[in-house]
Design a protein around this ligand. Structure first.
Ligand SMILES: NC(=O)c1ccc[n+]([C@@H]2O[C@H](COP(=O)([O-])OP(=O)(O)OC[C@H]3O[C@@H](n4cnc5c(N)ncnc54)[C@H](O)[C@@H]3O)[C@@H](O)[C@H]2O)c1
Length: 369
């Protein structure tokens, strides 16, 4: 059993997409599933042949046959469930964001250090094929010196579960913050953010956040690079996109305008009309164990229970990469990426950005623990 991690999946909406991946991975088994609705829990258990089922998360944490939890519950539960799992001696994979307050971020880092267990935020973007492509270009020196980074995540959340209504856009900013920071392998130091526009009045009271769009610039520690991110969730006309651009002094990568176009590489020094070239982004499935390679492709997850999030093969083909990295970290074969300190730094850029927006654009220092 020492080379197999016994994983429990918590939350079976988006979370269910990971079940077939863990079941196929040579170093994992699904030990249990958990959701509050018994009928839905049983439907999922029957579908994937999983016998151990919990409606109560606290009971699950007492199960000695579970090594790791992969949390996919609603946002407000991520941090409390992560902190409780670390206390119970379980490895933790948590979907984004890691937390919604600075204090929770602190408790995650402290809980991880005290327990010695793995904590990893399952940030899809930094395992998407686009990110892996840009990272490869950067590591090979093809982009040259990075001069600027920009991310944007725009999504219309009208009609989604109630906890989304009026959610501060920057409280869910990791998809656009993370590629900027991961590329340089550095943390953010301080952030300035402005709110713009106004969402429907009925959406405002729940979180007290009036802004349709929040735009932040943040300073990257030990570097001269400043990055910019834009978020919107309601009352904004824009096709869904999670995107990032990396501007180098030799080459720059720019995200496509609309879905199904190819991204663009700009090369400095070429004749003007040849500067921008569309590129096909390769697939990085070969980095994975053979049995889970197929999960980078959209077709392989067509039978997943929850289809609403299947954007480009599980968020740019990221799901099997995330599961693999987490499992290898649990087995002590490589560090998690992102680790606990990095996960909360990416999360706190957004939390501090929203604080800044509420204070009219005041610069906020991002805490370190
Ligand atoms: N790209 C990404 O990284 C990405 C994409 C989609 C969703 N997500 C995240 O995944 C999370 C879940 O998204 P969703 O759309 O499936 O949400 P959802 O609200 O549809 O489903 C949440 C699930 O959690 C279960 N749940 C709720 N409270 C629980 C508890 N106390 N114990 C155990 N189970 C509990 C529910 O029964 C349900 O199965 C969200 O936080 C979202 O931010 C991330």
């Amino acid at each position: 059993m020492a080379d197999k991690v016994r994983v429990a999946i918590i939350g079976l909406g988006f979370g269910a997409e990971f079940i077939p991946i863990y079941q196929a991975h040579p170093n994992a088994e699904i030990a249990a599933i958990c959701r509050r609705n018994k009928k839905e829990l049983d439907a999922c258990g029957d579908r994937y042949g999983i016998k151990t089922r919990y409606t109560d998360y606290d009971q699950l944490l007492k199960d000695p046959n579970i090594d790791a939890v992969h949390i996919n519950s609603p946002i407000g539960d991520h941090a409390p469930q992560s902190i409780a799992a670390l206390k119970a001696g379980k490895h933790v994979a948590s979907t984004v964001p890691a937390a919604t307050t600075i204090d929770e971020c602190k408790q995650i880092v402290e809980g991880q250090r005290k327990s010695g267990k793995v904590y990893m935020m399952m940030e899809t973007v930094v395992y998407s094929r686009e990110y892996l492509f840009v990272k490869e270009l950067y590591d090979k020196g093809e982009l040259g010196r990075i001069q600027f980074l920009r991310g944007s995540h725009q999504q219309d959340m009208e009609g989604w579960p109630g906890y989304w209504e009026g959610f501060p856009p920057m409280h869910y900013a990791t998809h656009c913050v993370s590629p900027c920071l991961a590329l340089l392998g550095k943390h953010a130091e301080s952030v300035v953010c402005h709110g713009s526009g106004r969402i429907d009045e009925k959406l405002i009271p729940k979180y007290g956040s009036p802004f349709a769009i929040e735009t932040a610039t943040f300073k990257i520690k030990d570097s001269d690079v400043c990055a910019e991110v834009t978020r919107s969730l309601f009352n904004t006309a824009r096709q869904y996109r999670e995107s990032f651009d990396a501007t180098g002094d030799k080459k720059s990568f720019e995200w496509q305008q609309v879905e199904n176009e190819d991204p663009v590489i700009h090369t400095r020094g070429k004749p003007e009309p040849e500067i921008p070239q569309r590129v096909k982004v390769p697939d990085y499935a070969s980095r994975l164990p053979e049995p889970i390679r197929k999960f980078t492709k959209p077709a392989a997850i067509q039978d997943a229970e929850h289809l609403s999030f299947i954007q480009g093969g599980g968020h740019g083909g990221s799901h099997p990469h995330l599961a693999h990295n987490f499992l290898m970290a649990c087995l002590g074969k490589q560090p998690p990426m992102p680790d606990a300190a990095t996960s909360v730094n990416w999360t706190m850029v957004g939390i501090c950005a929203h604080q800044s927006a509420l204070k009219g654009g005041e610069r906020i220092q991002i805490p370190t623990f």
